[in-house]
Design a protein around this ligand. Sequence first.
Ligand code: F0G
Length: 367
Amino acid sequence: AHQWQGVIREYADRLPMLADAPVVTLHEGGTPLIEAANLSELLGARVFVKYEGLNPTGSFKDRGMTTAMSKAAERGAKAVICASTGNTSAAAAAYATKAGMTCGVLVPDGKIAMGKLSQAIAHGATLLQVDGNFDDCLTLARKLADAYPVELVNSVNPARIEGQKTASFEIVDALGDAPDIHCLPVGNAGNITAYWQGYREYRDGTPGAAGAAGTGGPATKLPQMWGFQAAGAAPIVLGHPVDEPDTIATAIRIGNPASWQQAEAARDDSGGLIDAVSDAQILAAHRLLSSTEGIFVEPASAASIAGLLAMHEAGRVPAGATIVCTVTGHGLKDPQWALKSADGDDIVPTRVPIDAVSAAAALGLED
Ligand code: F0G
């Protein structure tokens, strides 16, 4: 029986820079593209959700970490480091363990979700809580990688983008073509960069790094890239860095994205857009996904859906369009948001005695 081999082996012909590297994998990728029936009806379009929370550590970061860690292993690295709002640290910690390397992670003090913190610790990373935000952490991580024998595995590492672009390949393989519109959350802007690169390479039939000729892809079109930042952390939308980014979507609480220019290029070259969504819109989309589609995501991931809904309300979603929304991380990463009502009240389970009649009444069941 065939088991999915992870993105490096599945897309070997399209990842020439990994050709000679040892493969460090947890069999990431191969995530489902789920048709969202209720969203589709609401928008009068065909909406699909690329459920990246189903990667081994629960986010899309695994796609880029298999490639970054494999390149690090090829160079003989013994240690890796990253700055993170949580998911990168979880993925780096897991893949470093698999590779037999040590891992240091720099996270903003008090601003990462418990599930992600637990993962980094469980996988034996050395976790430093920095007295600053993500942008400060990344500056510090870059300095360390420049001055000490440690590899930086943030998305400024080109191998990260190589791995993450494979999500576009999977979408084209599943749909038989690229979608008309691709929506995703934007934080440090590595992922929008990677998706756009992936769609272009699949259309052109060229592999990522300079070198071998590609095999030619089935895609005939390119999507518009629609990126969404949280309103309190929307530097690209505002056109200037944000010194104190703030949002409940801690994964994208970033004020000065490293791949800012690449994100603007993806937006402009695709005829797309980058806009902001409020925390309230994010939480509404989070609730809509879990309660009408059966898909549980972390708040940052819901920004793609929130943005799509806002664009629909603004009359900007063409009827009948094929739309893919990437939901980047699993709901279990940061589950507390499910336990609040739309009004922000705590949702408390109903207590019942060990009694069928009472339980049936509480469940609203009829005789
Ligand atoms: N969604 C989730 C769940 C994320 O963890 C991130 C980034 C993004 C979206 C945005 O992706 O940065 O490529 O634009 N998280 C990084 C981290 C910053 O440290 O885990 P991006």
